[in-house]
Design a protein around this ligand. Structure first.
Ligand code: ATP
Ligand code: MG
Length: 543
């Protein structure tokens, strides 16, 4: 099926047809002030998607012009996450490597009479900026001579003035209907050590000045960003043109990805990390790419999700269930099946000894593979797969009833034992001879099939189940934090083949859910799994 193009591809196709560009160059420009989240995956898929589709280039450029919040830990995590998604950048670049060139551009603007040093305080500048309906007021420093501006700006750079005492502003139009064009600040004084340039600079360029220049220096053809920058585009164009880049890169805005029941902002996510609500940026509940990797989400499922969401020009909220749908679909095709019992009780089986079965790893796999599962006269079954007082329509084992043990026999109830609290301790059953698949009694009617684990050959394991970080609703994030987003099952048992699983191996635990071996799987004799997603959901992709 030929896919229709989105509006970004339409623009690029036009630019290629008209001969404006012969090669497409995009960039992914993260600010290294946190870990990447699923929203960034959207931007990555668009930018690297254009590189792949048009055989162009895509740079990884760290937008590190704000020294206060940036860190090498973030720089490293960003690379790891992009590689994990399967994207390859052409060049790894840092906005801070352009500080000298940006400084030269600022000088150029001053020389053209298009920038001036302003001594007003931040508050004064804000007060004089005007509103949506009223124009702003010119700064009293707006008419400083070019020579005075050159001198003051150089002295700003040399550290003569206190932080915040002066700024460099573009001289545009205080009456512009677009507030971003009312003599915006383009450089500020800030004594802060930068993670790459150290203490070399005490003045730093503002985002709106730095970004178009970074794009222009790199020959970016299409600078794809999120919708909140739409109103900044006139300034983007003003900077690039007045600094000598014409036509230069074209900024294109798309709607950022928002999802329900989670948080898509590094600032808030950092708060969850700093307050200890989660166990670091890679906590499996986090909407970060590293959190999703820890949880067991396949990278391909995330790319598939971004593809399905598409590229839109209007903001909206995507149902998190749709991401889970993509994950589930991927795992259904790719994850090996295994038998695990989450909350075990003993089943004692009469009429059998030990047996070994060859069972299929994954019924959906093209090349069939098998593994061995052992069976004996004692197995574990789920506590709620046997009920003394079953609810209506209950399909599993009841007093006097029978049930099929998956891949094995049909068993018939004989008796059970409860502890002093009335909780079932064990249930004794009798096998129906020849009731295994292919046997003469295999066709016997039973209502349910349950999984089991050989009580003489198993692995004890711990299962971690996760729920959404936020409870349903609209209110403030802080009031919606879900206190039960992590539940631990300490007493689970798994078929012994899972002893051979490696960290991050993914499975469908039959009737329980999709699980991934934790990163430290098998260390110190501990076998722990994260639940990736549940088996089913009501989400309908076609609705
Ligand atoms: P946050 O608000 O979470 O801190 P940000 O926009 O400040 O995000 P950046 O590091 O500046 O984060 O983002 C790098 C790129 O990813 C930018 O081009 C940005 O527009 C894009 N991006 C960030 N969040 C989203 C999102 N939710 N959906 C789509 N793209 C996003
Ligand atoms: Mg940002």
């Amino acid at each position: 099926m030929e896919k229709s193009t989105n509006f970004i591809e339409d623009i690029i196709n036009n630019d290629l047809e008209s001969g404006k560009h012969s090669e497409i160059i995009t960039r992914f420009p993260p600010e290294p002030n946190g870990y990447l989240h699923i929203g960034h995956a959207k931007s990555l898929c668009i930018n690297f998607g254009m590189k792949e589709k048009y055989h162009g280039k895509c740079n990884l450029r760290y937008d590190d012009t704000n020294p206060a919040k940036e860190d090498v830990e973030y720089v490293d995590s960003i690379k790891k996450d992009i590689e994990w998604l399967g994207f390859k950048w052409d060049e790894e670049l840092y906005a801070s490597d352009y500080f000298d060139r940006m400084y030269e551009c600022a000088i150029l603007l001053i020389k053209k009479g298009l920038a001036f040093v302003c001594d007003m305080t931040g508050d004064e500048i804000r007060e004089n900026r005007g509103t949506l309906t009223t124009p702003g007021k010119n700064s009293p420093y707006r008419d400083r001579s070019i020579d005075e501006n050159l001198d003051l700006f150089q002295r700003m750079k040399e550290g003569e003035f206190a932080d915040g005492s002066k700024v460099l502003r573009a001289k545009i139009d205080m009456a512009s209907p677009n507030i971003n064009m009312r003599d915006p600040i383009i450089y500020r004084i800030l004594r802060e050590t930068h993670h790459r340039t150290g203490d070399k600079w005490c003045i730093y360029p503002m985002y709106d000045f730095a970004h178009p220049l970074e794009d222009a220096f790199e020959g970016i053809t299409h600078s794809i960003c999120t919708l909140e920058f739409e109103d900044h585009r006139p300034l983007y164009d003003w900077v690039k043109i007045n600094c000598g880049f014409d036509p230069g890169p074209r900024q294109i805005e798309f709607a950022r990805l928002n999802m329900n029941r989670t948080i898509m902002s590094k600032r808030y996510l950092k708060k969850l990390v700093d307050t200890g609500f989660v166990d670091g940026w890679s906590d499996p509940r986090m909407p970060t790419l590293s959190g999703m990797r820890e949880r067991g989400y396949p990278a391909e499922a995330i790319r598939d999700f971004c593809e399905r969401v598409g590229v839109a020009k209007a903001n909206s909220e995507v149902n998190t269930a749709m991401l889970e749908f993509c994950v589930r679909e991927n795992l259904n095709a790719n994850a090996d099946r295994a038998m695990v019992v989450k909350d075990p009780i003993k089943m004692i089986i009469e009429g059998v000894d030990e047996e070994v079965y060859e069972v299929e790893n994954n019924p959906n796999a093209e090349d069939k593979q098998y593994h061995k599962v052992t069976f004996s006269n004692q197995v574990f079954i789920e506590r709620d797969d046997f009920m003394i007082d079953p609810p209506p329509k209950y399909k599993r084992l009841v007093v006097g009833g029978s049930v099929r043990l998956r891949n094995s026999y049909i068993v018939q109830y004989k008796s059970h034992v409860c502890d002093s609290n009335g909780n079932v301790e064990s249930v004794t059953v009798q096998i129906i001879p020849d009731s295994k698949s292919g046997g003469v009694n295999a066709g016997m009617k039973v209502k349910g099939v349950i999984q089991w684990v050989n009580a003489k050959d198993y692995v004890s394991c711990v299962l971690h189940e996760y729920d959404y970080l936020l409870m349903d609703g609209d209110g403030d994030f802080n009031d919606r934090l879900n206190p039960n987003s992590h539940i631990v099952f300490e007493n689970a048992v798994a078929e012994s083949s899972l002893k051979n699983a490696k960290p991050y191996d993914r499975f469908q635990f039959m009737r329980i859910g999709y699980y991934s071996a934790k990163g430290n799987y098998g260390k110190d004799g501990k076998y722990e799994f994260n639940r990736i997603v549940s088996l089913k959901d009501s989400f309908n992709i076609n609705k």
